[in-house]
Design a binder for this molecule. Structure first.
Ligand SMILES: O=C([C@H](O)CO)[C@H](O)[C@H](O)COP(=O)(O)O
Length: 210
Protein backbone atom coordinates (compact mmCIF):
# COMPACT_ATOMS: atom_id res chain seq x y z
CA UNK A 1 0.00 0.00 0.00
CA UNK A 2 1.33 3.45 -0.92
CA UNK A 3 0.48 6.89 0.49
CA UNK A 4 -0.15 9.86 -1.81
CA UNK A 5 -0.27 13.41 -0.51
CA UNK A 6 -2.79 15.53 -2.44
CA UNK A 7 -1.96 19.24 -2.67
CA UNK A 8 -5.01 21.23 -3.72
CA UNK A 9 -5.13 24.61 -2.00
CA UNK A 10 -1.56 25.88 -2.31
CA UNK A 11 0.65 27.79 -4.72
CA UNK A 12 4.03 26.48 -5.93
CA UNK A 13 6.22 27.81 -3.06
CA UNK A 14 3.68 26.60 -0.47
CA UNK A 15 3.58 23.18 -2.17
CA UNK A 16 7.36 22.86 -1.94
CA UNK A 17 7.42 23.90 1.74
CA UNK A 18 4.67 21.42 2.55
CA UNK A 19 6.33 18.50 0.78
CA UNK A 20 9.63 19.30 2.57
CA UNK A 21 7.83 18.72 5.88
CA UNK A 22 6.43 15.30 5.02
CA UNK A 23 8.54 13.91 2.17
CA UNK A 24 9.99 10.99 4.15
CA UNK A 25 6.48 9.73 4.95
CA UNK A 26 4.87 9.75 1.50
CA UNK A 27 5.38 7.82 -1.75
CA UNK A 28 3.63 10.09 -4.25
CA UNK A 29 2.89 13.81 -4.30
CA UNK A 30 -0.21 14.91 -6.18
CA UNK A 31 -0.41 18.27 -7.87
CA UNK A 32 -4.16 18.71 -7.43
CA UNK A 33 -6.58 19.98 -10.05
CA UNK A 34 -7.00 23.44 -8.43
CA UNK A 35 -3.21 23.88 -8.36
CA UNK A 36 -2.93 22.97 -12.05
CA UNK A 37 -5.74 25.43 -12.83
CA UNK A 38 -3.99 28.21 -10.90
CA UNK A 39 -0.37 27.50 -11.71
CA UNK A 40 -0.41 25.30 -14.83
CA UNK A 41 1.98 22.40 -15.41
CA UNK A 42 4.76 24.64 -14.03
CA UNK A 43 3.68 23.29 -10.63
CA UNK A 44 4.39 19.71 -11.73
CA UNK A 45 7.76 20.76 -13.12
CA UNK A 46 8.76 22.69 -10.00
CA UNK A 47 7.79 19.93 -7.55
CA UNK A 48 9.47 17.18 -9.60
CA UNK A 49 12.63 19.31 -9.79
CA UNK A 50 12.60 19.90 -6.02
CA UNK A 51 11.85 16.25 -5.16
CA UNK A 52 13.26 14.04 -7.94
CA UNK A 53 12.98 10.93 -5.76
CA UNK A 54 9.24 11.29 -5.19
CA UNK A 55 6.70 10.17 -7.78
CA UNK A 56 4.56 13.11 -8.95
CA UNK A 57 0.93 12.70 -10.01
CA UNK A 58 -0.67 15.39 -12.16
CA UNK A 59 -4.38 15.44 -11.32
CA UNK A 60 -5.53 16.78 -14.67
CA UNK A 61 -8.86 14.84 -14.57
CA UNK A 62 -8.61 14.58 -18.37
CA UNK A 63 -11.88 14.38 -20.32
CA UNK A 64 -10.71 14.83 -23.93
CA UNK A 65 -7.57 15.33 -26.02
CA UNK A 66 -6.12 12.70 -23.74
CA UNK A 67 -3.00 11.70 -25.68
CA UNK A 68 -1.90 15.34 -26.02
CA UNK A 69 -2.54 16.21 -22.36
CA UNK A 70 -0.74 13.09 -21.12
CA UNK A 71 2.20 14.04 -23.36
CA UNK A 72 2.32 17.60 -21.92
CA UNK A 73 2.07 16.40 -18.30
CA UNK A 74 4.80 13.81 -18.98
CA UNK A 75 7.06 16.49 -20.46
CA UNK A 76 6.55 18.51 -17.26
CA UNK A 77 7.78 15.54 -15.22
CA UNK A 78 4.60 13.78 -14.10
CA UNK A 79 4.98 10.07 -13.38
CA UNK A 80 1.23 9.46 -13.18
CA UNK A 81 -1.58 11.37 -14.92
CA UNK A 82 -5.31 11.18 -14.14
CA UNK A 83 -8.22 10.79 -16.55
CA UNK A 84 -11.92 10.59 -15.70
CA UNK A 85 -13.71 7.24 -15.83
CA UNK A 86 -16.67 9.06 -17.39
CA UNK A 87 -14.64 10.01 -20.47
CA UNK A 88 -14.93 8.18 -23.80
CA UNK A 89 -13.24 4.77 -24.19
CA UNK A 90 -11.24 6.27 -27.05
CA UNK A 91 -9.87 8.95 -24.72
CA UNK A 92 -8.86 6.43 -22.06
CA UNK A 93 -7.21 4.20 -24.67
CA UNK A 94 -5.39 7.25 -26.07
CA UNK A 95 -4.16 8.17 -22.59
CA UNK A 96 -2.86 4.64 -21.98
CA UNK A 97 -1.13 4.53 -25.36
CA UNK A 98 0.64 7.88 -24.80
CA UNK A 99 1.58 7.00 -21.21
CA UNK A 100 3.16 3.73 -22.40
CA UNK A 101 5.13 5.67 -25.03
CA UNK A 102 6.38 8.07 -22.34
CA UNK A 103 7.02 5.38 -19.68
CA UNK A 104 4.31 6.90 -17.42
CA UNK A 105 1.19 5.60 -15.65
CA UNK A 106 -2.53 6.40 -15.93
CA UNK A 107 -4.90 6.66 -12.97
CA UNK A 108 -8.61 6.60 -13.78
CA UNK A 109 -10.68 8.72 -11.39
CA UNK A 110 -14.13 7.12 -11.02
CA UNK A 111 -15.71 10.29 -9.57
CA UNK A 112 -19.37 10.59 -10.71
CA UNK A 113 -19.40 7.17 -12.44
CA UNK A 114 -22.90 5.68 -11.94
CA UNK A 115 -22.32 2.00 -12.83
CA UNK A 116 -19.11 1.65 -10.84
CA UNK A 117 -18.62 -2.13 -11.13
CA UNK A 118 -19.42 -2.18 -14.85
CA UNK A 119 -17.20 0.80 -15.74
CA UNK A 120 -14.37 -0.45 -13.52
CA UNK A 121 -14.35 -3.75 -15.44
CA UNK A 122 -14.30 -1.86 -18.75
CA UNK A 123 -11.46 0.51 -17.87
CA UNK A 124 -9.52 -2.35 -16.29
CA UNK A 125 -9.60 -4.12 -19.66
CA UNK A 126 -8.14 -0.98 -21.34
CA UNK A 127 -4.79 -1.45 -19.60
CA UNK A 128 -4.93 1.47 -17.15
CA UNK A 129 -2.54 1.37 -14.19
CA UNK A 130 -4.79 2.54 -11.33
CA UNK A 131 -8.55 2.71 -10.79
CA UNK A 132 -9.52 5.16 -8.05
CA UNK A 133 -12.83 5.60 -6.23
CA UNK A 134 -13.25 9.21 -5.23
CA UNK A 135 -15.70 11.28 -3.23
CA UNK A 136 -14.97 14.84 -4.30
CA UNK A 137 -15.23 17.94 -2.12
CA UNK A 138 -18.83 18.63 -3.16
CA UNK A 139 -20.14 15.23 -1.99
CA UNK A 140 -17.87 15.18 1.07
CA UNK A 141 -19.72 18.35 2.08
CA UNK A 142 -22.95 16.31 2.35
CA UNK A 143 -21.34 13.50 4.34
CA UNK A 144 -20.51 10.97 1.59
CA UNK A 145 -17.42 8.75 1.41
CA UNK A 146 -16.07 6.03 -0.91
CA UNK A 147 -15.48 3.15 1.50
CA UNK A 148 -18.18 0.88 0.02
CA UNK A 149 -17.14 1.86 -3.50
CA UNK A 150 -13.63 0.64 -2.72
CA UNK A 151 -15.01 -2.81 -1.88
CA UNK A 152 -16.97 -2.76 -5.16
CA UNK A 153 -13.93 -2.12 -7.34
CA UNK A 154 -11.76 -4.52 -5.31
CA UNK A 155 -14.21 -7.28 -6.21
CA UNK A 156 -14.12 -6.69 -9.99
CA UNK A 157 -10.72 -5.19 -10.89
CA UNK A 158 -8.28 -7.89 -12.02
CA UNK A 159 -5.29 -6.05 -13.51
CA UNK A 160 -5.05 -2.44 -12.35
CA UNK A 161 -4.06 -1.26 -8.89
CA UNK A 162 -6.93 0.10 -6.77
CA UNK A 163 -6.94 3.50 -5.09
CA UNK A 164 -9.20 5.63 -2.91
CA UNK A 165 -9.46 9.38 -2.40
CA UNK A 166 -11.76 11.84 -0.71
CA UNK A 167 -11.83 13.07 2.84
CA UNK A 168 -9.69 10.32 4.38
CA UNK A 169 -8.54 11.28 7.88
CA UNK A 170 -6.59 9.49 10.64
CA UNK A 171 -9.81 8.25 12.26
CA UNK A 172 -11.22 6.79 9.01
CA UNK A 173 -7.94 5.35 7.70
CA UNK A 174 -8.39 1.97 9.51
CA UNK A 175 -11.65 1.40 7.59
CA UNK A 176 -9.77 2.03 4.33
CA UNK A 177 -6.81 -0.18 5.26
CA UNK A 178 -9.19 -3.07 6.01
CA UNK A 179 -10.13 -3.16 2.31
CA UNK A 180 -6.44 -3.13 1.24
CA UNK A 181 -6.28 -0.69 -1.67
CA UNK A 182 -2.90 -0.36 -3.39
CA UNK A 183 -2.92 3.42 -3.01
CA UNK A 184 -4.42 5.72 -0.35
CA UNK A 185 -4.76 9.39 -1.35
CA UNK A 186 -4.94 11.97 1.44
CA UNK A 187 -5.21 15.74 1.13
CA UNK A 188 -6.84 17.65 4.00
CA UNK A 189 -6.19 14.73 6.39
CA UNK A 190 -2.54 15.84 6.29
CA UNK A 191 -2.49 19.40 4.96
CA UNK A 192 -5.25 20.53 7.34
CA UNK A 193 -3.43 19.35 10.47
CA UNK A 194 -1.38 21.65 12.70
CA UNK A 195 1.43 19.04 12.76
CA UNK A 196 1.49 17.79 9.16
CA UNK A 197 4.65 15.73 9.61
CA UNK A 198 3.17 13.85 12.57
CA UNK A 199 -0.08 13.17 10.69
CA UNK A 200 1.79 11.85 7.65
CA UNK A 201 4.12 9.75 9.84
CA UNK A 202 1.19 8.19 11.70
CA UNK A 203 -0.64 7.41 8.46
CA UNK A 204 2.49 5.87 6.96
CA UNK A 205 2.95 3.74 10.06
CA UNK A 206 -0.68 2.52 9.96
CA UNK A 207 -0.40 1.75 6.24
CA UNK A 208 2.87 -0.15 6.71
CA UNK A 209 1.31 -2.22 9.49
CA UNK A 210 -1.47 -2.94 6.96
O1 LIG B 1 -9.01 15.27 -6.19
C1 LIG B 1 -9.31 15.96 -5.24
C2 LIG B 1 -10.43 16.94 -5.31
O2 LIG B 1 -11.24 16.64 -6.44
C3 LIG B 1 -9.94 18.36 -5.47
O3 LIG B 1 -9.09 18.47 -6.56
C4 LIG B 1 -8.53 15.84 -3.96
O4 LIG B 1 -7.17 15.86 -4.24
C5 LIG B 1 -8.89 14.54 -3.24
O5 LIG B 1 -10.26 14.59 -2.89
C6 LIG B 1 -8.06 14.30 -1.97
O6 LIG B 1 -8.17 15.39 -1.09
P1 LIG B 1 -8.96 15.28 0.31
O7 LIG B 1 -10.40 14.99 -0.02
O8 LIG B 1 -8.75 16.62 0.94
O9 LIG B 1 -8.33 14.16 1.08
Amino acid sequence: MELQLALDLVNIPEAIELVKEVEEHIDIVEIGTPVVINEGLHAVKAVKKAFPNLKVLADLKIMDAAGYEVMKASEAGADIVTILGTSEDMSIKGAVEEAKKQGKKILVDMIAVKDLAGRAKEVDAMGVDYICVHTGYDLQAVGKNSFEDLQTIKSVVKNAKTAIAGGIKLDTLPEVIKVQPDLVIVGGGITGQADKKAAAAKMQQMINQG
